[in-house]
Design a protein around this ligand. Sequence first.
Ligand SMILES: [Zn+2]
Length: 279
Amino acid sequence: MPEGPEVECVKNALQKLVGEKIKKIGLTEQSQKYKKYQGKSKQFEYFIGKTIRKITRYGKYLVWEFDSKKVILNHLGMTGMWYLSNNGEDIKSATHPKLFIETVSGINAVFSDIRNFGQLRIFNNLSEIKKYSPIKDLGIDGLTLPFPTELFIKKLDEKKYVNKQIANILLDQKLVAGIGNIYKSESLHLAKIDPRKIVKNLSLEEKKRLASAISQILQKAVKSGGSSISTYRLPSGEEGSGQQWHQVYRKQYCANCNSKIEKIIQNKRTTYFCPKCQK
Ligand SMILES: [Zn+2]
């Protein structure tokens, strides 16, 4: 599942579309097999002739703005991917196309989604999106530089977090937006913190280490083009290389101490950690 860094990489690649005027846009025939897209093709026709002004990221969401009021909120879900091609060539890698865009200058973009958990929703304006609860409730963006360590530590003291296991709350987008399962495990390993540790038992030193680890891991992931564990690809079709430096996620042995990595389930989500390095 694409996490904040993967969505950031997709957003960066999509910047090529900014300033482009839409010639064609529409839901594909295949999308009509799914209830959430049925009969909604007409709604996208509104964007024909409009120019893409901005594509920004809010947590794991992408927001598409045009030279018009209406905006598109887009989530990649588990397997959503954007593919881009120049010169009007077909985009063959898009095996499960849901939305296509063709610009006046001949760039093609296709949103493909195998498992169909992705979202493409039209809102009347940007402020409506900002009031939409998952967006409105987003916490610290994990990719903020410099990372707001003090605010992070303050948030960890909130009543709703203090009695929970640290690994579980790192997935809460209201605390830090952009962390998913991979970077949760990697951040805790880098910070040398046991994922089962209860938040109120973390020392100030550990909290600072965790803030720094989250920031380092997420930044490194963006520089790597994201992590291609299963389906995630960049809009060019290329794989990210984050998986090459992962220390614990789906690993057998700790790169630090060679101990066997443990795999546990916390709140129905898998966590990988080294029982020797992480205390
Ligand atoms: Zn270790």
